[in-house]
Design a protein around this ligand. Structure first.
Ligand SMILES: CC(C)(COP(=O)(O)OP(=O)(O)OC[C@H]1O[C@@H](n2cnc3c(N)ncnc32)[C@H](O)[C@@H]1OP(=O)(O)O)[C@@H](O)C(=O)NCCC(=O)NCCS
Length: 212
């Protein structure tokens, strides 16, 4: 089910443990996975039975990797660290996810159980679509963005890079000729309902969502 005989998972926290679970569902054996963290964050030698290594040790140099941290900017940094160790990006798509031929996934994307991308959806690199999160027709997403569990994005929404969409948030649809823009580095709080454009770096919350 997966072309990866080995897999390095950057991170060893909750998100990383979940990503290891997806990898296992995709056919990667725990014995062939490793969590990698920066030396300064090395606390344990195994987590859920999977080895943890400092990235500086070189143990996982050259392995395929996924960056499994929940903060988009940290994920970008983690990706840079992995690439500097000659690691190449892996993509994980949970077996429950059916992908239409018009969907485009960048390298390093992770699709969790119950994620739904309908048609003409395009994800940049290292985008995570978490449990039961959906993106509808004609959505575009930039690199490193994260959709938390249960986030809902309607059609014709153009989402920038490093955007965080909180748990249960909703983004209403744009129009065919006027897509709804969500700027780079925007933060959409848990449960927000976004009904209009969001500027670069804005933090929005509430129903309807407002900058706060
Ligand atoms: C937006 C968020 C970061 C705010 O956290 P915070 O800065 O610690 O906020 P506080 O709890 O101090 O609350 C500050 C104010 O914002 C309000 N607020 C906080 N979160 C809110 C939310 N999600 N929606 C609406 N209002 C919110 C609080 O009611 C409070 O209002 P007040 O000043 O009128 O009393 C947090 O609520 C959030 O949404 N985090 C994302 C969690 C998530 O989706 N995780 C996914 C894990 S997979």
């Amino acid at each position: 089910m997966t072309p990866y005989g080995k897999l390095a998972i950057f991170g060893a926290g909750g998100h990383a443990r979940e990503v290891a679970f997806i990898a296992e569902r995709c056919g990667v054996a725990p014995a062939t996975m490793a969590f990698v963290v920066e030396e300064a964050h090395l606390r344990e030698t195994t987590v859920n039975g999977i080895e943890v290594h400092a990235i500086e040790s070189g143990h996982c140099d050259g392995w395929p990797f996924v960056a499994a941290v929940g903060d988009p900017a940290l994920k970008e940094r983690a990706t840079g660290l992995c690439v500097s160790r000659r690691m190449s990006a892996a993509t994980l798509c949970d077996p429950s996810v059916g992908l239409h031929r018009t969907v485009v996934l960048g390298e390093g994307c992770i699709l969790f159980p119950g994620a739904v991308l309908t048609v003409n959806v395009s994800l940049g690199r290292h985008v995570h679509v978490n449990v039961n999160s959906s993106l509808s027709h004609d959505c575009r997403v930039g690199d490193y963005s994260i959709f938390s569990p249960g986030a809902r994005v309607a059609g014709h929404v153009h989402i920038g890079s490093r955007v965080f969409v909180g748990i249960g948030a909703t983004i209403v649809n744009g129009l065919h000729n006027v897509p709804l823009p969500i700027g780079d580095d925007a933060f959409i709080a848990a449960g927000a309902c976004v009904t209009g454009p969001v500027a670069d770096g804005a933090r929005v919350m509430g129903v309807p969502a407002k900058v706060r």
